[in-house]
Ligand binder design. Structure first.
Ligand code: DGY
Length: 324
């Protein structure tokens, strides 16, 4: 039997591409260009499976509804799958899977890194040294905000959030609270002595740091808006490693300029790779280029997980990480 024909829409780490070559009749994206809508439509008719990712155009009804579609499974490279219209996929019986778990720790590391960086002014300090503007130590130089022992609030308390809580609670003695419409088990809540709150606002109001861990898209678009930012403490920091569209970026800029909150640490943006110009000039924000899962170990694991889902599908099994 011939091997399924699959397409990786972007360049993957070598070990994951090699595995794809071993298992499938795979087409790689050697020059790593972003596929156009037309290329994605053509892919739908030419491949049995497509492995897209967050930086592709959204695979929507228009793309899924091409004539003579051959593609039967979209195995996303990424845990977030807002780059795929899952309702449109369901409507035409195309299976969708993602890559959870393997990126949990690394994404949590980046959330904690952003929290520490923005609170302790690490980016600003590094720029000072590199620009040869450092005059030397003195008791009042670059005073910042203490992290240890502070209150950390979570919007969404799934796997990545819990991995952040693990570091923050056990490593930094932080008090954990969260809002999640689908809360974890009582055992997990107890592990972090976490306070379960009844609304997003309740978390925002009482936290020194707020970290976002909910999916993007849908009802979560602009979840953090002007109104919600205004209930945060003036001394509080917002951390986003989830999806850019969860935060109204214009409202955030206004809040930062007006001193409504103290700062923000952002790994994701509404119009990646474009970042709202105002943010670039602010010292009280730390900006990263969507690095959450960006370690060799994790990106290889994501590729292998995506391939395992395709493999299971063509063996006639249910892909382990099926989301639609
Ligand atoms: C994820 O896996 O969701 C990362 O943000 C990259 O897509």
């Amino acid at each position: 039997m011939s091997k399924p024909k699959i397409l990786l829409t972007r360049k993957w780490p070598e070990a994951a591409e090699s595995k794809a070559q071993e298992l499938f009749d795979v087409t790689l994206n050697a020059d790593d260009h972003k596929f156009s809508i037309d290329e994605l439509k053509a892919a739908m008719t030419n491949y049995d499976a497509i492995c897209p990712t967050v930086s592709d155009f959204q695979i929507n009804a228009d793309i899924l509804n091409v004539a003579n579609r051959r593609c039967k499974i979209i195995a996303n490279f990424g845990v977030g799958f807002n780059n795929i219209d899952t309702n449109a996929a369901k409507a035409v019986d195309v299976v969708v899977s993602n890559t959870p778990e393997v990126l949990t720790d690394c994404t949590a590391d980046i959330a904690m890194g952003l929290l520490l960086s923005v609170a302790r002014r690490l980016g600003e300090g590094e720029r000072l040294v590199r620009n040869k503007k450092w005059d030397g130590w003195c008791p009042t130089h670059m005073l910042a905000t203490k992290v240890t022992g502070k209150k950390l609030g979570f919007i969404g308390f799934g796997r990545i959030a819990q991995a952040v809580a693990q570091k923050a609670y056990f490593g930094f003695d932080m008090a954990i609270s969260f809002y999640d419409p689908y809360p974890p088990s009582a055992q997990i809540i107890e592990k972090y002595k976490a306070k379960q709150l009844g609304s997003v606002e309740a978390v925002l109001q009482e936290s020194d740091f707020v970290t976002l861990h909910c999916p993007g898209g849908g009802d979560n678009i602009n979840l953090i808006n002007t109104e919600r930012l205004s209930v945060m403490k003036k001394t509080a920091f917002l951390i986003n490693t989830a999806r850019g569209d969860v935060v109204d970026e214009a409202a955030l800029v206004q809040a930062l300029k007006a001193g409504v909150i103290a700062g923000a640490g952002l790994d994701v943006f509404v119009k990646e790779p474009n970042v709202t110009e105002d943010l670039l000039a602010m010292d009280n924000v730390v900006l990263l280029p969507h690095l959450g899962s960006a370690t060799t170990e994790t990106r290889v694991a994501m590729g292998l997980r995506s391939l395992a889902n395709v493999e299971a599908f063509f063996k006639g099994d249910k892909p382990h990480d099926r989301v639609a």
